[in-house]
Design a binder for this molecule. Structure first.
Ligand code: DAU
Length: 331
């Protein structure tokens, strides 16, 4: 089986590539990644010489590159490539629309042209908007509130349309918030941990009472694998851990693990359009035989340790050093 994994140099893509290569000795992976600020081949150093792995620098919004990659004999596409950070989308939505909507369209067209066995869309629970006290189900109506989630929703709608209109064999996943090693330190958990290591304050938006559901990356990889193996074509699956936490609760856990106090918190202006609460119902996925293995308390402890032990990695990433290096190497 030959996979095209797009966005494979990012946090989730790189973890998933490592998972696939380790778990399935017969599988091959082509990683198509644009190497934006969040993409980093350092995340895949341990697999770079694997003969079943190939890296191609390129943009999913570039039809020509996508076509060239498809000529390598791709069986299945897993689309991780996306602009993902809500705050960045608030400052400028164009790159989100180009990658998350137009890029998805390009991949769908390629999957149609090359009669790909399966197209898996990696998406988010944010497309459902916010829920006060309920849960998002697979058929909950989309109500995206940020340019990011609207872009992902646009891509997801296209995936559905290609299934309905052209019988393209698609599967869509909506996941809750990820955390773990190799996450770019702009997201809540790695930003707070790295700030604290550097002696900087940690910016809590608004009152910090917003709730997110958190999944540890190895549990996520197994969940996505389950969907790829057992999910039905044309179906949608939610991926959720059940660990629902207010931002302030997470902040206090991190402060405790790092031996620091509440004085490090800085309450800052709230994110515009900030969703209050996400909670995904993942019964449909659990019926396929998956459940999370790692408790939140353990996952966050391991994550904090990883960031403490890998200072060089995130310091180089934050300073843009890798980006300059890749520009020289790949243009
Ligand atoms: O729900 C899945 C989504 O989770 C993914 O689709 C997105 O790509 C991913 O970025 C994430 O979105 P969030 O907005 O939930 O993640 P973020 O880490 O940016 O923020 C988590 C919560 O923490 C959110 O309520 C905003 C808050 N926050 C975040 C940052 C970066 C703060 O209070 N301070 C901060 O500095």
């Amino acid at each position: 089986m030959k996979f095209l994994i797009t966005g494979g140099a990012g946090f989730m893509g790189s973890n998933f590539i490592r998972y696939i290569l380790n778990k399935y000795p017969e599988h091959e992976v082509v990683n198509l990644d644009k190497l934006t600020y969040a993409g980093n081949l350092e995340n895949l150093k341990d697999v770079e010489t694997n003969t079943r792995y190939e890296f191609v620098k390129g943009d999913i919004a570039d039809e020509k590159v996508v076509d060239q990659v498809m000529q390598k004999g791709i069986d299945q596409i897993v689309n991780f490539a996306a602009e993902t950070h809500v705050d960045r989308s608030i400052h400028g939505a164009k790159s989100f629309i180009m990658t998350d909507v137009f890029g998805t369209y390009n991949l769908l067209e390629a999957a149609k042209k090359y009669k790909t066995q399966k197209y898996i869309q990696v998406s988010t629970d944010e497309v459902f908007g916010s829920t006060e006290d309920g849960e998002f189900y697979e058929d909950t109506a989309f109500e995206p509130n940020s340019p990011y989630s609207a872009s992902k929703a646009g891509g997801d709608h296209l995936v559905r349309a290609y299934w309905k209109t052209y019988d393209l064999p698609t599967v869509v996943t909506h996941s809750c918030n990820f955390y773990g090693p190799y996450q770019y330190p702009e997201k809540l958990i790695p930003l707070f941990v790295t700030n604290l290591i550097e002696g900087k304050k940690i910016p809590v938006y608004g009152d910090g009472q917003q709730v997110r559901e958190w999944i540890f990356v190895p549990d996520y990889c197994r969940a996505l694998d389950t969907v790829i193996q057992k999910g039905e074509i044309g179906e949608v699956y939610n991926i959720g851990s059940g660990y629902r936490k207010a931002n302030l609760e997470i902040t206090n856990i991190i402060l405790g693990l790092m031996g620091q106090g509440n004085d490090m918190i800085e309450y800052v202006k709230d994110r515009p359009g900030h969703d209050k609460r996400y909670a995904v119902n993942s019964d449909k996925l659990r019926k396929l035989g998956w459940k999370p293995d790692v408790q939140f308390e353990q996952g966050i402890k391991d994550t904090v340790e990883w960031y403490k032990e890998n200072e060089l990695w995130w310091k180089r990433l934050k300073s843009g050093e890798y980006l300059d290096y890749y520009k020289k190497q790949y243009g």
